[in-house]
Ligand binder design. Structure first.
Ligand code: FES
Length: 104
């Protein structure tokens, strides 16, 4: 059974997302109300950070060249990205954000 790791507190996540570490993996936390989505920290287009972007519908827009990724699956929804980013299972309990370590 994969382990749930506490990565941040809900109120630490600002509008542009927040960087966190899951073991050695860099992840991006995105808050929408009391819901949190978690994607890879780096964009699949040119490996630049997704932090500083913004939510648009159910997607997250990269601040560099505007590619949009599904907040639920990490799928690339618009150019210039074609490859997905990783998405992670997340839960919020008592104001703390927990992310499930992906299987190796
Ligand atoms: S680095 Fe994200 S769209 Fe280019």
């Amino acid at each position: 059974m994969a382990e749930w790791i506490e990565v941040a507190k809900l109120d630490e996540i600002g509008p542009g997302g927040r960087h966190a570490l899951l073991g050695e993996e860099e992840i991006l936390l995105v808050r929408q109300g009391d819901t949190v989505h978690v994607l890879s920290y780096l964009c699949s287009h040119q490996d630049m950070e997704l932090e500083g972007g913004y939510a648009e519908g159910d997607g997250w827009v990269c601040p560099h060249h505007g590619a949009r990724f599904s907040l639920k699956t990490g799928e690339a929804l618009s150019m210039p990205a074609v490859d997905p980013v990783r998405s992670y299972s997340v839960k919020v309990e008592s104001g703390k954000v927990f992310v499930q370590e992906p299987a190796p």
